[in-house]
Design a protein around this ligand. Structure first.
Ligand SMILES: [Zn+2]
Length: 112
């Protein structure tokens, strides 16, 4: 894979990503998701390609916050199937080893 550029203003773009909206690329065009890979420490790395320039960008997806983990835990304790706290309903967390992760965030939100 070609070298990817680290996107510094990833946070704002990720808001669009979580909402399922188009992410605008700094070079015009928009960003197409190539893949998400979980990282050590609970973060994940999203790799995106710009539709206009074909440049690749890496965006760090932050690890679960205390609030997000609590939200998921509350649902688990109530016997429910938690959804991704960022992506919302329709994005159910899936079991990966001993954690529950969102396959679209690559981030673990709970231990099971
Ligand atoms: Zn998610």
């Amino acid at each position: 894979m070609a070298d990817a550029l680290r996107m510094e203003k990833g946070k704002q773009l990720l808001k669009h990503y979580y909402a399922g909206q188009r992410m605008e690329s700094p070079n015009g065009g928009f960003l197409i998701l190539l893949g998400i890979s979980p990282q050590k420490g609970g973060t994940a790395m999203g790799v995106f390609e710009c539709s206009a320039s074909s440049l690749r960008y890496e965006i760090v997806i932050p690890k679960a916050t205390r609030t997000e983990r609590k939200k998921v835990k509350d649902v688990l304790q109530a016997g429910g199937d938690p959804d991704c706290p960022r992506h919302g309903p329709d994005f159910r967390l899936v079991r990966a080893g001993k954690t529950l992760v969102c396959s679209h965030c690559g981030v673990p939100y709970a231990r099971v």
